[in-house]
Write a protein that binds this ligand. Sequence first.
Ligand code: E4P
Length: 216
Amino acid sequence: MKFFLDTANVDEIKRVARLGLVDGITTNPSLIAKEGRDFKEVIQEICSVVAGPVSAEVIGTKAEDMLREAYELAQWAPNVVVKLPMTEDGLYACNELSRKGIRTNVTLVFSAAQGLMAAKAGATYVSPFIGRLDDIAADGMRLVRDLKTILDNYGFVTEIISASIRGIGHVEQAALAGAHIATIPDSLLPALWKHPLTDAGIEKFLSDWNKAQAKQ
Ligand code: E4P
């Protein structure tokens, strides 16, 4: 499973990249706004730190605006992926871009049918939002499982980015479902490698070692 970081914060990206855990980055307008920096400057800096795909989202809601933005975004760095909303205009833009060889990530996907439409329109990536579905008492993980089955049934090459991840369970279940990628906020990462029994084990080993040393 590939891990993307769901952030526009370059310091976070650099820190986690040192662990060899960052295969790519997803950003969205909210994450960019949080940084209070120029959009192009942030995306280009991220692209210089991470070799993998970096999703940058269009703001326009009309296809012609999305396409104008997309062609500009695609010039910013070779690893930019154009993120498009899951709308009719977004699908049109996705199809146009895919036919021109520009990689896309169709975002805000909340049903298997939407994911199938994105794949048919040629999306490189499709992003089902697990946490936001769970928030409204729906089953976000079922969407990931259903989408994986559907894409596999027809041999689509579109990769599933499990997005809106809220905890370790989402990452484990998405991996079990065969999702290609999980995009994870930095704040959730430690939960993926930490365990209280690991900490307790280290403490016990060190204490036993020190006791034995003291007797020698
Ligand atoms: C994915 O591309 C989105 O940026 C992100 O996962 C949204 O997550 P949220 O629901 O926690 O905002």
